[in-house]
Design a protein around this ligand. Structure first.
Ligand SMILES: *Cc1c(COP(=O)(O)O)cnc(C)c1O
Length: 397
């Protein structure tokens, strides 16, 4: 990264377009950011749902999808949910996040992470990321918590707002694992439970362990743009089997099993994944290893071409991890925002559908007054980052 005051060398836009063109090769234009791939048993399993009439939440594919997902995440349990946002909402609620609480999350994430906090009546408390791999900066988090938190009766209290901090939600941005051992250690010291937002990191490994199974609970998403899709879908995964049973109960309208009576023993949600979506998901999970391999191959090609380009660096997996490289990204040296915008224009004109990073959460109108740490790295990365076409199919040839 440039020190402040240094002037970035102008980046050669055409060189970047050439580099991306080299990597994506003969793929038809426009080249989308991320397209799903249905090359397995998708048609067969979805057709079976329709033939058998099992299209809704009761049905055999849901259980099978959950078993396969738990296996992929290395967890004892997985509960399939309608989408990742709902899964985050349910997971936070079940960690006791409620009205007037705070939840720690990175300012650089998709809106769903922050919205799920709001759905609980809680307030997001934003922390910064580190520039190399884009996850929560754990050392900065620790300094921040030391500065603002008092522990009262085992609960972390924000000294400035007097609100309880009930959870921390690290996000494995673009598939790159956060330093979870360090994060778990810091959060445990403050009595803050960790819920992984692993929505982008199915198939990523941290020190040999799959993302999703690294905190108390993890959340997955199977939206159409994720590495594995169920159309729309999500899940919670955990090693805490009692918590998992409660998650299943609460997301199934908290209905007690009975042959006919409608007894709901607490407020619950209709959040379970329908069987027809799970059928798609089973077929997709059968291909997960192949998708990860293809995406890692694609990322290696990007890394190679960008190694020769001045003024831009390719975002790599952290040491000790194996990322699924869900979305590939480059970060420009130029911190003005103008170079990023010019690059978005130039690549789109060439039929390469690049994207900027999400607008940082604290810059959105709903969250401008939310508590936060210093967010200068988040803001700088936002002005410099561009995501590149990342579909698995691009890495299969
Ligand atoms: C995709 C995603 C989610 C969940 O999204 P849904 O579309 O609701 O499945 C949550 N957080 C992040 C960071 C995501 O990328």
């Amino acid at each position: 990264m440039l020190t402040s005051g240094a002037v970035a060398a102008p980046v050669d836009m055409q060189a970047i377009v050439d580099a991306v063109n080299t990597v994506v090769g003969a793929a038809p234009r426009p080249v989308h950011l991320h397209e799903p791939r249905f090359a397995g048993n998708e048609q067969k399993y979805v057709a079976k749902c329709i033939e058998d009439g099992w299209v809704s939440s009761a049905g055999p594919h849901v259980g099978e999808f959950e078993r396969k997902l738990a296996e992929a995440c290395g967890t004892k349990a997985a509960i399939a949910i309608v989408n990742g946002t709902a899964a985050l909402h349910a997971a936070l609620h079940m960690h006791g996040v409620g009205l007037g609480d705070e939840v720690i999350l990175p300012a650089l994430t998709f809106i769903a992470t922050a919205n799920a906090v709001s759905y609980c009546g809680a307030i997001p408390h934003f922390v910064d990321i580190e520039a190399d791999h884009l996850g929560i900066d754990v050392a900065a988090l620790e300094r921040h918590l030391r500065g603002v938190v008092d522990i009262e009766r085992g609960v972390a209290i924000n000294r400035e707002t007097k609100r309880a901090i009930k959870a921390c939600v690290p996000v494995h941005v673009f598939g790159h694992p956060v330093d979870m051992d360090a994060l778990n250690r810091v959060c445990a010291a403050f009595g803050i439970p960790v819920v992984e937002d692993a929505t982008e990191s199915l198939g990523s490994l941290y020190r040999g362990r799959p993302c999703g199974g690294l905190g108390h609970a993890g959340v997955l998403s199977f939206n159409g743009n994720k590495i594995v899709t169920t159309g729309g879908g999500g899940a919670v995964v955990t090693n805490d089997v009692e918590w998992a049973a409660r998650a299943k109960h609460l997301t199934t309208t908290a209905k007690q099993p009975h042959r006919w009576a409608f007894i709901h023993d607490e407020m619950g949600w209709n959040y379970r994944m329908p069987n027809i979506n799970a059928a798609l998901g089973v077929a997709q999970l059968e291909q997960l290893d192949g998708f990860v391999a293809a995406k890692r191959r694609l990322a290696a090609r990007y890394a190679e071409v960008f190694d020769r380009i001045e003024g831009a660096r390719f975002v790599m997996e952290p040491p000790g991890t194996a990322s699924n490289y869900w979305l590939n990204a480059i970060v420009l040296d130029d911190d003005s925002g103008a170079a990023r915008d010019a690059l978005l224009e130039t690549t789109h004109a060439a039929g390469l559908l690049t994207r900027p990073a999400w607008t940082p959460m604290h810059l959105l109108p709903m969250f401008t007054s939310a508590p936060r740490a210093d967010l200068s790295v988040t803001e700088s990365i936002h002005r410099r980052l561009v995501n590149l076409p990342s579909s698995a199919a691009l890495g299969m040839t």
